[in-house]
Design a binder for this molecule. Sequence first.
Ligand code: BES
Ligand code: MN
Ligand code: ZN
Length: 472
Amino acid sequence: MFKVINKIGKSYDLNVALVFDGGVEICEHISAENRALIKRLIDKKEFSGKKGEILKVDFLEKENLISMALLGMGKEEEFTFDVYREVMFDFLSKEKGTVLISSDKAILSNHEVLGEIVSNVNYSFDTFKEKKAEKLEVELFVAGEEKNISETILLGEATDVARDLVDLPANIINPITLAQRVVELGSKYGFEVEILDENDMEKLDMNLLLAVGRASITKPRLIVMKYLNGKNNDEKIGIIGKGLTYDTGGLCIKPADSMFEMKSDMAGAASVIGAMCAIAAGKVERNVVAIVPACENAINENAYRPGDIIKSMNGKTVEIINTDAEGRLALADAITYAVRNEKVTEIVDVATLTGAIMVALGSLTTGVFSNCDEKYSMLEDASRLHGEKVWRMPLFDEYNEQLKSTVADIKHTGGRMGGSITAAKFLEGFAEGLPWIHMDIAGTSFNSSVKWVKKGATGVGVKALYSYVKNR
Ligand code: BES
Ligand code: MN
Ligand code: ZN
């Protein structure tokens, strides 16, 4: 729970003052005696306010026991919000009960960033646990006018929606139950939902998506979410999320250790679903269509095979090389649907697409590909605003050589070298020249190494997509 207050009307388990290195000043509302006490402790313990440094003091103030902590944020000149995120997450993760936070420095009283961190600290996937995690209650004291924190709260909630969807296992979330949940979220948050089933998709020739999902008992669904509230009707933003509710690899089956995390192969879908919740509930004045090709890459006698040649919705024939490269196939038809049937004017796709992006960037940074410098830089700004690291990857046309097929228009994988780039080149071919961004979140969506996010689902992309759509 997170609140911003401008009057202190109760007592807290802990009162935290955020300070810069060398700039410790004890606020005026503490008695002169206690200020002297704290001052002496600071000198004795040589506390100066280095990054992450903590000094805890208990004292009596008008007969009330006050527990206070000074928390160092490092040198003021070296301060960034990522420093703040790291220090606050670390600190708050170890606390319980009610915590009051304040600072003399305006920059350290930023409710947007603190709200994000509180939401990260309080997230836990305990749906299946008898004992639920306790939630920390954090209040930020900011003198002056009241602050509107509804957007911060909403973004935290939307991120939790995505994280829950990713953490939920594949025996609960399959293409059909995912579609049902999106219908419920649509009515809760205020966006329209349309679900296409396998028969609808057959009529539309979405053969790539159908092939990927063919061996599963739960057949593919195309989940189409709409929030059309734009003043500018020349613009319709298409956001597309890979929705593999499970990825066994298909006939090119994955080894057990790499299969284990594949309930998270719908994290791209979860990000766009979460983003839609925030965009609609936040009444963002844009036209947005979000599309999730939802399917399960399973194995039975009906499974698609390496060597198959399949005609995509857009008409290109695709030679299947490795059935574990299923994501780009599902996405290709979804992109065509967005371009041709929804007439979007730009595309962002989000996908747990390649292991190769983890080889390149680890699990700290999302790899981003784009054919448009301007849109890329908007996405980079939107990501940075929320402490999500992104890095731009190349799309030189020479990489297309690796996708040449002797029997079809295109192969769908290009070998081990530059694996995340050839995957992106494959997708680019379906965007039909529209401005397009592709985010490969294979490394960052689950068990990431981001210091201020817990292990498990991260909800990466939800806030970035929201701000990308809103801030233009
Ligand atoms: N879903 C995986 C990518 C992935 C790997 C996501 C690890 C999260 C963690 C994707 O469908 C996949 O299997 N990609 C293959 C492509 C290859 C066969 C060309 C890969 O990266 O190995
Ligand atoms: Mn795969
Ligand atoms: Zn996959």
